[in-house]
Design a protein around this ligand. Structure first.
Ligand code: C5P
Length: 400
């Protein structure tokens, strides 16, 4: 099979240096990449870097190698065009069909999916001109990733950062595999919890679990790709923020409850993928617990944590809100799952079988999604994103 052909457009913003890592991810995973920087992008990262990392020639203008008609050929032959970073100026040119250099020509001749990863100062991103251009590009079928929130050039912070290159790569990988997906969650707000809570015993120790957060992050990423506004309540996951997702970090079950209830107030769906500790230590020692010579340790007394899933299921923040839970079972998976679905009162319960080496931390998952309506949707062994998409398919059906 031919390598998938990717055009990496780079426009003139400081985040251009991060596109080098994106480029490496493409080449290392077997994609052929042609980098097309704008002239201003070369102020930040030079042509030699792009050429060495991609193994391909680099040009910014339509006047190089004219006999090969590059301004038409590069776009026509691409399987994917991704522009990262996309400046406000680049979005404006693309929205209006200007074609004054090689990249803008390429955008007009490409018939493959196009992904823009904007990066700019918050004021420029929020300006109605930019927002109109983004809306135009999305209406035409381009994927425009929401910028991340955080530190911008200098001392400013706000929305406008280029998302993590690993996450831009994930968006591109999905677009290459599935094409531009129907934004069937557009206009919806969804809340996803992910990771595992840690219940502190003293300043250095906690009771925790082995949840990696990968399934919850896959749910957040796929919901964003399907057009949703996503709040990801993340407990100790240590994973890069998915592109276009608002991430709220928490530690304990009590903090997770507070963050989920707050975000759920206007949510269309809540998916509780986090592994929430059922119990926490009854007392928190403000100093490190010491071992004492010749004495047995004090027993650890536990108290119950609130059951967040049961609480939001019983007391829906808005009518028609869809609530989804997860259940990790080691035996009698379906019977235990049915009983748990009834006990929790949620609409859907994703049940998977777990063991020491299964599911936790792995890239793959296998599950059955049980519905309160009696439905049973098996999801074969596969990537966590495939399970995530099945969950959203079922949620979309219930929201309709
Ligand atoms: O009861 P169990 O822990 O097996 O239930 C798992 C489901 O319930 C998950 O969706 C988890 O996020 C949620 N849960 C919760 N609050 C707890 C314990 C679990 O919301 N205290």
């Amino acid at each position: 099979m031919d390598k998938p052909k990717v055009v990496l457009g780079v426009s003139g913003g400081i985040a251009a240096y991060k596109a080098c890592e994106l480029l490496r991810r493409f080449t290392e995973s077997g994609h052929g990449v042609r980098v097309v920087p704008t002239a201003s992008a070369l102020h930040f990262v030079g042509a030699a870097t792009w050429s060495a990392l991609s193994g391909n020639p680099v040009a910014t203008e339509v006047w190089d190698d004219v006999h090969q008609v590059p301004h038409v050929r590069i776009g026509q032959h691409a399987d994917l065009v991704v522009v990262a970073p996309a400046t406000a100026d680049m979005l404006a040119k693309a929205a209006h069909g200007l074609a004054d250099d090689l990249l803008t020509n390429t955008l007009l001749t490409a018939r493959c999916p196009v992904v823009f990863a904007p990066a700019m100062h918050t004021e420029m991103w929020e300006h109605p001109a930019t927002q109109d251009n983004v809306a135009t590009l999305r209406r035409r079928g381009a994927v425009v990733i929401e910028p991340a929130v955080g530190r911008l050039t200098g001392v400013d912070t706000g929305k406008g950062r280029l998302p993590d290159p690993a996450e831009i790569f994930e968006v591109c990988r999905r677009v290459l595999a599935r094409g531009v997906t129907e934004p069937d969650l557009r206009g919806r707000h969804v809340v996803v919890s992910a990771g595992g809570t840690r219940e502190p015993l003293d300043p250095v120790r906690f009771l925790g679990n082995r949840s990696s957060g990968k399934q919850g992050y896959a749910l957040a990423r796929t919901a964003a790709a399907r057009g949703a506004r996503v709040t990801l309540v993340s407990a100790n996951a240590g994973l890069p923020d998915p592109a276009g997702v608002d991430v709220v970090r928490v530690g304990t079950a009590v903090q997770l409850r507070e963050a989920v209830l707050k975000a759920a107030a206007d949510a269309d769906a809540v998916v509780m993928a986090a592994a929430v500790a059922d119990f926490r230590p009854a007392v928190y020692a403000t100093g490190k617990i010491k071992k004492r010579d010749g004495q047995d340790p004090d027993p650890i007394v536990l108290v119950r944590n609130p059951d967040i899933l049961a609480e939001i299921s019983a007391d829906r923040a808005r009518p028609g809100q869809v609530v989804v839970g997860f259940a990790a079972e080691t035996d009698d998976v379906l019977a235990n799952g049915r009983a748990k679905l009834a006990r929790k009162g949620c609409d859907l319960l994703v049940v998977n079988e777990v063991g020491e080496a299964r599911t936790f931390g792995s890239e793959e998952n296998e599950a059955v999604v049980l519905g309160a309506d009696g439905s049973e949707t098996p999801v074969p062994h596969g990537p966590k994103e495939a399970l995530a998409d099945t969950v959203w398919d079922l949620v979309v059906r219930r929201l309709a």
